[in-house]
Ligand binder design. Structure first.
Ligand code: GCU
Length: 812
């Protein structure tokens, strides 16, 4: 128990409720401080009435709760708030004191890391693993311990340290088990327990057995032994995470065993090791992300149906320490998905929601995309009436709705060695929000609740950049506009993120969705698009919602929300839609064009909003972070245009229906590189062609400096412009460039995204490597020429797409 000064009472007493009851006067015993209101890991703050001199109490139900209570208190002070005023749900007790009780909504609020033993992180955009390198646990775990502190400060209670696509070797050698033990030791002071992902086939692949059949006695013994070794070294092990029978991973179905039999195998091994140190039995998180490759020619085939068809019939067959971990949507972390209908079917099974903090399909930390508004659409989703009342996903996953003992959430975070942990300063807001929302998924039903996405981003901003109202407003406004903007310039109307699903899930490639077995289909053809998921005529997915009224709503085009239209229905491009303003009408194809233009404009506005902060000198952001965020926002604005143009060109080409406003394919301010006079450059096709303006780029033919130049045409009259240059930045090279107007340098840059992004860029000229650099205030006089000089480096042949002279206010 420690004491410290506070603005309110001068003395703060910090400890567990039990210790407080034991050591302090009986007049303030643990009962009177309300310990009975606390659940494990919960805490309370108690402020004495102003006319007494009693200290402020910060008491946890256990030590972890004490830590969370202290962090929460400090986070209020750090925002300049008086905790007593900012505390929600306060009650006044008999002594006149004010009490605020905060309990986690569910027992599981975990983080998953997809770290590999070689030090890489699957879908990680923030550098290398904090835990592993060269096949083993790193010697220096100081940074891992700092990560533990971050996780505790946002209220996380466990971290699964290795990839769901698990390497069987991790739990096989004594050295690795000792290494895991050292990771657990580094996390323990912060109350964060560790869990481990297991590979189902380990008994065979590393254990020397003939089988990995979950019902085979030797397999049971193998896992019992692994579990015992882990508990010996890590007595407070949080549990295991298993991905079976999915995307090539081994699982119980190979032996005709059910997924429940597979899950229970590990759950039973864990159950043998409940110990005081663990303070709850080890939990087996079993992923519902199970699906098979499908035939697209089958109109009724649908990957989205997989989770319910595999897991719903097993409801009630999972042991009590199994939690089925369900991705928020039925496909895969897309920009918009309806909530997974599986949540409504797990009525006798513990369930947790899986969210992705790492922005795999959502800009990979190179785009500002603040995720809580997306998460809210799922947490607040009502599965329809079950047990006579509304079934909100947030109540199902906390276990309250179906009275389940376990439940909660898992967030795939993938922090790494980057200075910013996740790869960008702004993406930390998503981790902070994840912690807040995992602790309290209720989210607030009105604007005053401290758990709304706006309040969370405002709190994060104050904690990160200080309390300048201009900074708080700017960041909050940008953050709240960011997910809708990203949805607009990637895939609107519920068509999913139209990225390259066969490669790195970053840039645009709408054609890659269809024509393969992965099942992320849009079924776009020359007449229309969208997955028909109706029961009447389609895949039947709409009928998977347990609430008949929900199923009926999605069954009809007229009652399906517009932002999920193409998720549930296959419609012609000419399908009429209500327009953005009352009385206005539009069509699906025009909505696609308009949304992509609007999204790119919003992204462009982030750059100016951020710059305006600097101009007003209202900035509480140090120069380094200011510049780093400015760089990312500028990249995003450029890449949003790549997205806009690629998706619009794709649908323009496919549908043959022109943009009503004449924008698509018409770029009066551009000069295509392939149309310039080239020296040492040659034209090259880009794949997909829509990722390049005009379908082509130029690349240097040799190793020396190459040049592309053109007279500036009369359609670009003399004046002052922002010169934008679109080029491609490939992995494995840092080409250098210079832009000149009539021989005078107006800008230079290097293709060094690999140093700036914290993630690998693409090795091809495509939608992932396409990007833009801009130079403001470029003066053009009559008869001027524009030249770009490019010097190759490594694998990068100084590729160029086009230059654009943009008058003020034009986004193109
Ligand atoms: C996505 C992701 C994979 C990951 C998988 C999963 O498909 O692209 O890298 O392994 O999800 O969640 O298991």
């Amino acid at each position: 128990m420690i004491t410290a000064g506070s603005s309110h009472d001068q003395v703060v007493v910090l400890g567990t409720a039990a210790a407080f009851g034991h050591y302090c006067s009986s007049s303030i015993n643990s009962t009177s401080v309300g310990a009975s209101d606390l659940v494990p890991d919960g805490y309370l703050w108690q402020f004495s009435s102003p006319d007494t001199s009693s200290p402020t109490l910060l008491l946890g139900q256990n030590e972890r709760g004490t830590l969370y209570g202290a962090f929460a208190y400090i986070l209020e002070l750090a925002q300049g708030n008086d905790p007593i005023k900012s505390a929600s749900n306060t009650t006044t007790i008999a002594s006149g004191a004010t009490r605020h009780v905060s309990n986690p909504a569910a027992p599981v609020w975990w983080v998953n890391q997809w770290d590999n033993l070689d030090g890489s992180i699957e879908r990680g955009y923030g550098g290398r693993s904090l835990f592993f390198a060269g096949g083993k646990v790193v010697a220096d775990l100081r940074r891992a311990a700092a990560y533990a502190r971050i996780l505790a400060s946002v209220g996380i209670n466990a971290v699964v340290v290795n990839n769901v696509n698990a390497d069987a070797a991790l739990v096989h050698t004594p050295a690795n088990i000792e290494g895991l033990g050292r990771i657990a030791d580094a996390f323990r002071p912060f109350g964060v327990r560790i869990g481990v992902s297991l590979n189902f086939a380990a008994p065979q692949s590393v254990g020397g057995l003939q089988t990995y059949d979950p019902l085979d006695a030797s397999v049971v013994a193998f896992w019992d032994d692994v579990t015992a070794q882990l508990y010996k070294r890590i007595p407070d092990l949080a549990g295991f995470l298993v991905k079976g029978d999915s995307e090539g991973q081994p699982g119980p179905r190979k032996y005709g065993r059910s997924l429940a039999a597979g899950a229970n195998l590990f759950a039973r091994a864990l159950r043998k090791h409940s110990s005081a140190a663990a303070d709850s039995p080890g939990i087996l998180m079993y992923r519902a992300f199970v699906y098979d490759q499908l035939q697209e020619s089958n109109w009724k085939a649908d990957r989205a149906n997989a989770a319910v068809s595999y897991f719903a019939p097993l409801d009630g067959q999972f042991d009590d320490n199994v939690v089925v971990q369900v991705k928020y949507g039925p496909i895969d972390f897309q920009v918009r998905e309806p909530a997974s209908p599986l949540f409504g079917h797990l009525q006798k099974t513990n369930a947790a929601i899986e969210l992705q903090v790492t922005q795999e399909y959502l800009g990979q930390q190179c785009h500002l995309v603040y995720l809580p508004p997306l998460w809210r659409t799922v947490l607040d989703f009502d599965m329809g009436k079950t047990s006579g009342k509304a079934s909100l996903v947030r109540d199902i996953v906390t276990g309250t709705h179906f009275s389940r003992p376990l439940g909660g959430s898992a967030g795939v975070v993938n922090a790494g060695t980057s200075d910013t942990w996740l790869g960008s300063h702004m993406s930390q807001a998503n981790l902070y929000a994840y912690g807040r929302m995992a602790w309290d998924p209720s989210g607030g039903d009105d604007d005053n609740d401290a758990a709304t996405p706006r309040h969370i981003i405002e709190a994060w901003t104050r904690l990160t950049f200080g309390g300048s109202p201009a900074v708080v407003d700017t960041i909050a406004d940008m953050a709240l506009a960011s997910w809708p903007a990203y949805e607009n310039y990637t895939g609107n109307l519920g068509m999913q993120t139209l990225t390259d699903i066969l490669y790195t899930h970053f840039g645009p490639n709408p054609a890659s969705q269809d024509g393969n077995g992965w099942g992320q289909w849009t079924r776009a053809d020359k007449n229309g698009m969208g997955m028909d998921r109706t029961v009447r005529n389609g895949t039947g997915f709409a009928g998977q919602y347990v609430g008949a009224e929900v199923a009926a709503r999605f069954e009809s085009v007229d009652t399906t929300p517009q932002d999920l239209l193409l998720w549930f229905h296959h419609v012609p491009y000419t399908q009429p839609l209500p327009g953005p303003r009352p009385g206005e009408n539009t069509t699906v194809i025009q909505h696609i064009y308009d949304a992509h233009y609007a999204g790119a404009e919003t992204a462009a506005s982030f750059v100016t909003r951020w710059a305006a902060l600097n101009a007003r000198n209202a900035l509480n952001v140090d120069a380094e972070r200011y510049a780093s965020i400015a760089r990312k926002l500028a990249f995003q604005a450029g890449h949003a245009l790549v997205w806009r143009d690629a998706v619009c060109a794709f649908f323009d080409g496919l549908s043959g229906i022109a943009d009503r406003h004449g924008r698509v394919g018409h770029h009066p301010w551009r000069i295509e590189a392939e149309a310039m006079t080239l020296h040492g450059y040659t034209r090259q096709a880009v794949s997909p062609a829509i990722a390049a303006s005009g379908g082509q780029a130029i690349v240097a033919t040799g190793r020396g400096q190459a040049s592309a130049s053109a007279p500036i045409p009369p359609s670009i009259p003399p004046g002052v412009y922002t010169l934008a240059v679109n080029y491609f930045d490939l992995a494995g090279g840092r080409a250098s460039y210079e832009a000149q107007i009539s021989g005078k340098t107006v800008g230079n840059w290097t293709g060094s995204a690999e140093d700036v992004f914290g993630k690998a860029t693409s090795t091809h000229l495509d939608g992932h490597s396409a990007m833009r650099v801009s130079f403001a205030g470029v003066v053009v006089a009559a008869g001027d020429t524009v030249t770009v000089l490019g010097t190759p480096d490594g694998a990068e042949q100084a590729p160029l797409d086009y230059v654009s002279f943009l008058p003020d206010g034009v986004v193109d």
